[in-house]
Design a protein around this ligand. Structure first.
Ligand SMILES: [Mg+2]
Length: 219
């Protein structure tokens, strides 16, 4: 785990006896792909959503030429710079987290570039989700292991990307895994992650699942 991630995790004020919900941002509480499509449209590109990937699916408007990996990297960097605060919140996310926050601690673990950390925290506050934001880099397995070791109560993890869910299953085996993909077009393109306990695009469903698990553990 990179030291800047560890520093952020160590600075959290967590109650070890209280359940913890760790949620991703993009495509879980924020409509990432829809926002990216608006950005691409302004910049002469479009997303050909034929598979669960960004690289290889961005095309130049007109020629339909596929953008190279380097071009996609630049476009995404620019997107995070200009549009991080323009994303739409996922329906029901703020309400579900507010209700769950009565029984559990909530943090947001996002692989947002460090340069967009402040913008993303402002966006969360603006949309009624003023929870601590950890700007992670790379795998989410090690940060979840860190959190699991500090909490003696149920821990839940929500993410859209199967590799993150698989890594958490491997590093922090007691964590409940919710495979959450807000965009239903994307959800149709990817199979449920192998180790997930729930696969949904719907916050009320995720909330009910978490509440039932809390209930069964006496919280
Ligand atoms: Mg995501």
């Amino acid at each position: 785990m990179e030291s800047h991630v560890r520093t952020q995790l160590e600075s959290l004020t967590l109650d070890p006896q209280r359940p913890l919900i760790v949620t991703d941002a993009d495509e879980v509480v924020a409509y990432f792909i829809a926002g990216l499509e608006r950005f691409l449209d302004r910049n002469g590109h479009w997303l050909d959503l034929k598979s669960f990937a960004i690289t290889g699916n961005i095309r130049k408007r007109g020629s339909n030429e596929v953008s190279t990996q380097a071009e996609v990297k630049d476009l995404l960097a620019e997107f995070f710079n200009t549009d991080t605060e323009l994303l739409d919140p996922v329906d029901g996310a703020a309400d579900a987290l507010r209700a769950l926050n009565a029984r559990a601690q909530v943090i947001v673990l996002s692989n947002v570039p460090p340069s967009a950390h402040a913008a993303r925290q402002r966006w969360l506050t603006q949309h009624g989700m003023n929870y601590p934001l950890i700007a992670n880099a790379g795998s989410k397995g090690p940060p979840l292991r860190f959190l699991e070791e500090h909490i003696n109560a149920p821990v839940f993890f929500l993410d859209d990307l199967p590799p993150h869910l698989d890594a958490v299953a491997e590093h922090a085996g007691s964590v409940s895994l919710l495979h959450f993909i807000a965009d239903k077009r994307l959800a149709a393109l990817v199979a449920p992650a192998q180790n997930c306990h729930l696969h949904t695009s719907d916050w009320p469903v995720a909330r009910a699942f978490i509440e039932a698990r809390l209930e069964s553990h006496g919280f």
